[in-house]
Design a protein around this ligand. Sequence first.
Ligand SMILES: Cc1ncc(COP(=O)(O)O)c(C=O)c1O
Length: 430
Amino acid sequence: MKGLSRDRKMALINRFRGPKTGGGGGGQPRRRQTARARFEDFDAYQRIEVQRQASERLNISNPFFRRHEVRAGGTSRIDGVECINFSNYDYLGLNGDPRVSAAAEKAIAEYGTSVSASRIVSGERPIHRELERAIADLYQTDDAITFVSGHATNVTTIGHLFGPRDLIVHDSLIHNSALVGAELSGAKRRMFPHNDWDALDRLLTEQRDQVDRVLIVIEGLYSMDGDMPDLTRAIEIKKRHGAFLMLDEAHALGVLGERGCGTWEAQGIDPAEVDIWMGTMSKTLSSCGGYIAGNTALIEMLRYGAPGFVYSVGLAPPLAAAALASLTILRDEPERVARLQANGRHFLDAAKARGINTGDSEGYCVTPAILGSSIKAANCSNAMLDQGINVQPIIYPAVEERAARLRFFLSAEHTKEQIDTTLDRLQAWL
Ligand SMILES: Cc1ncc(COP(=O)(O)O)c(C=O)c1O
């Protein structure tokens, strides 16, 4: 960017941002310009090209798809360089734990690497139900069900349960998977400003009579900002309006509460007050897949009807075993949760003390450093890697341009020294 006029910089930034429409284009149908069907003509592809060319012109190397050559935890090795790693959701450092790996290996020895088909037709393995029982116990629910992807869990659950006569209301910062599920359901969709309970209440007062069922979807800990909802308030509102409440605990399990049970433990809530508990196994549980916990009727409906379960393969045995072993360690070693929480708190306090804008973060597993420009965030991420620190930039359109940031994920594996070194280098760069 150095040496460019302000107008030239803005022109490049606008090109870098690209248009906001998604997928293959949207808007008016296009007039056919060529006789051949070409992927190169898709708006979605051209946007990627514009960004790539702008990055080249601005001399910003691609900060995405970095190649980790070892198990990525609190540290990693990227292209031969050892670094402190903050781009990792393995919050309790369980990925690669010998007990988790041994459980996965044992499952492979017993059942192989795959169950090859849907559980409903080809049958399940004992490990599937053992895992689901452990998840149900965690939320004190009747039952639970697991899916092969966290993203697909939200898509298929919301898409299957709700329909065109229903209303889905979600926080403005809700994860993409819930949005895609809501879209798939055909229900009316409305969002309320982030954590604005009065706005949610008003919205439901206006809309409740016009629809059949209502689903409110929120997250236990928001992964862009590291802040939390007021669950007591959400429950009070959902009850008064006769709505269902779904809580996505992707970043809350293993992170919140003394024992890492998540939002219900941290906020002293009876888990039965929430209708749909959702979580992923890719983060604290060092595996892959998603889960839903709730009452028998909910789980039976999903088990016999959700397309992402009925028409998709069951969880691979080593992944089910790894998740179950991780849950067992979470139960037996709450000191890991305490270490993560101490790291999260120290990172937030130390960043604030250095004048870094950490937004609304409450200092658990994720804290952003808001830089206010996509180009600055990408440049900063690359500069940090050059100094042995891996942290991802979050740029427009994932967040608004003025909210572009570096996003730091903390782990129980980080040391205080690593955190201080990182923040010193960031402060110096800024
Ligand atoms: C809040 C939330 N929900 C769902 C998902 C999807 O989970 P997975 O990556 O395990 O598919 C993510 C992924 O990061 C997430 O942050």
